[in-house]
Design a protein around this ligand. Structure first.
Ligand SMILES: Cc1cc2nc3c(=O)[nH]c(=O)nc-3n(C[C@H](O)[C@H](O)[C@H](O)COP(=O)(O)O)c2cc1C
Length: 205
């Protein structure tokens, strides 16, 4: 059982990392593996809408997105954490997620998703909603917490004082583990739900 963690922050040891530390502590206690991919200072281009991925597997831009697609295929859960920039998830994480979800062909159904948003003061709920949209268009159930998953702080480390945010991160991680284990059992017993051929309605007549 494994969780892929994407940390959108460019700052190593920043507040997003601090919130994630609470979640990874739970994964360690529960014996669940995890791998953290932090965007850091990497230049992540946005989707070019070239359409190459509809003809060939993977993204035409040769960077970590194709590597992450393989890891996404292998994981049971995906935890995405991002700092809030101007009321949204930071640009690099959105560029990465757009390309990862659009170009990867792996079956994402029933992989458990969770999103964390970290800000100095505002924009966490919009960011939380924004990140959850990648899961809800892919038949991925979401592990939720006791509040909308956020952490507050500006300077590195300040989120350590946000006890409620840290507690919520631990709760989300426990719920994620429970869902992943339950889905693994359900999958064994019942298999994945039947799927259907994609229908795309055109509203232009
Ligand atoms: C370009 C930029 C835009 C930001 N916009 C917001 C914002 O809209 N709302 C907010 O509360 N904090 C904002 N912040 C503050 C960060 O969200 C905050 O410092 C957060 O802790 C950064 O997380 P990190 O340490 O993991 O990078 C912004 C910071 C930067 C650099």
């Amino acid at each position: 059982m494994k969780v892929l963690i994407i940390n959108g922050s460019p700052r190593t040891g920043g507040n997003t990392s601090r919130l994630l530390k609470e979640a990874t502590g739970i994964f360690e206690r529960e014996g669940v593996g995890y791998e953290i991919y932090q965007i850091g200072g990497k230049a992540v281009r946005g989707c070019m809408a070239c359409g190459c991925c509809s003809e060939h597997e993977g993204c035409a831009i040769k960077d970590d997105v194709n590597v992450l697609a393989q890891k996404l295929d292998e994981c049971d859960g995906l935890l995405v954490a991002a700092p809030v920039y101007y009321g949204s998830a930071n640009g690099s994480v959105i560029s990465l997620l757009d390309r990862l979800f659009y170009s990867s062909r792996c079956d994402k159904r029933m992989k458990v998703g969770a999103a964390f948003a970290v800000a100095r003061r505002a924009g966490t709920t919009a960011t939380f909603d924004e990140l959850n949209k990648y899961f809800t268009i892919n038949q991925m159930p979401i592990a939720s917490g006791r509040y909308w998953n956020n952490g507050f702080g500006r300077e590195k480390g300040q989120t350590s004082a946000d006890e409620e945010g840290l507690q919520n991160a631990r709760i989300v991680a426990r719920n994620m583990v429970f869902l992943m284990k339950s889905i693994a059992l359900g999958r064994e017993k019942y298999g994945l739900p039947e799927t259907e051929q994609t229908v795309m309605t055109s509203f232009i007549k």
